[in-house]
Design a protein around this ligand. Structure first.
Ligand SMILES: [Ca+2]
Ligand SMILES: [Ca+2]
Ligand SMILES: [Ca+2]
Length: 259
């Protein structure tokens, strides 16, 4: 066995172990080419056949998040996100992003100064929703009928505003796209993410991305008990210019660092 094939084997084992033990559901790697942020899902803009798609679960609010599709890719500078709601977008999709070491939980980030900030920091407003094991959130992207807004978690009752984009608005279940510099989300080698769907006032649904235990218990509502979120998806950005074998080894290391 060559050194390279040994390293590849070890990286493969790490990926399998992660999927089995840590709640990782779907991993996609960047296509290396950006999408066109025009509100339409064009051919091959999120990987060949638009294969860079992530799915959810649950339908307590009508399947807006649970039956949605989220597409992600990146180029050398920017990340691109496409979101196809599964039903009318009446509430708030809160995407929780773990892109770097350190970060926060529902219990340690509590900005309730408006509905978008509450969704980003608390998900269901009155319950301390559990996050996946080892998952510490760094940034949140909130998609609503007002547009798309991004925050950086800092701990406590205040988050940093990162970006607002009002290009795609309204409650109709139309395709929306968004782009930000990778650096604006602290992304170097990729990130882990999950999403919840909650009302502006904090009433929590049973919908999630990826699917999980929360999908089976009815809407969380205004209660203090939530099944929380035990699963996450992953998007990988190999280090520029790295050999494939180094990229895989770095990928395993990067997943550890994100906690
Ligand atoms: Ca497009
Ligand atoms: Ca909560
Ligand atoms: Ca983190």
């Amino acid at each position: 066995m060559t050194t390279n094939s040994f390293l590849l084997g070890m990286a493969g084992l790490a990926l399998v172990a992660g999927a089995a033990n840590a709640g990782l559901v779907t991993t996609h790697t960047t296509s290396g080419t950006g999408a066109t942020v025009n509100g339409t899902l064009d051919a091959n803009e999120y990987g060949a056949g638009n294969a860079n798609v992530y799915l959810g679960g649950g339908g307590g609010f009508g399947g807006t998040l649970g039956a949605s599709q989220m597409y992600i890719t990146s180029d050398a500078t920017n990340i691109y996100i496409g979101f196809q709601p599964g039903n009318n977008l009446n509430d708030l999709v809160a995407i929780q992003i773990d892109s770097r070491a350190g970060g926060f939980t529902d219990a340690t980030s509590t900005d309730t100064s408006d509905g978008g900030r509450r969704a980003a920091s608390n998900l269901a407003g009155n319950a301390d929703d559990a996050y996946p094991a080892g998952f510490l959130v760094d940034y949140s992207i909130v998609i609503g009928n007002f547009g798309i807004v991004t925050f950086e978690h800092t701990g406590g009752a205040s988050m940093n505003f990162v970006d607002f984009n009002g290009t795609f608005t309204g409650g109709a279940p139309t395709f929306r796209e968004y782009t930000l510099p990778l650096a604006a989300l602290g992304i170097t080698t990729g990130f882990n993410f999950f999403a919840g769907y909650v009302a502006d006032g904090g009433y929590g649904s049973d919908e999630s991305m990826p699917g999980g235990a929360i999908n089976g218990g009815g809407n969380v509502g205004d209660g203090v008990v939530s099944a929380g979120y035990e699963n996450y998806h992953e998007f990988v950005v190999p280090a520029p210019g790295s050999l494939a074998v180094i990229g895989l080894a770095g990928l395993a290391a990067a997943r550890r660092r994100r906690a």
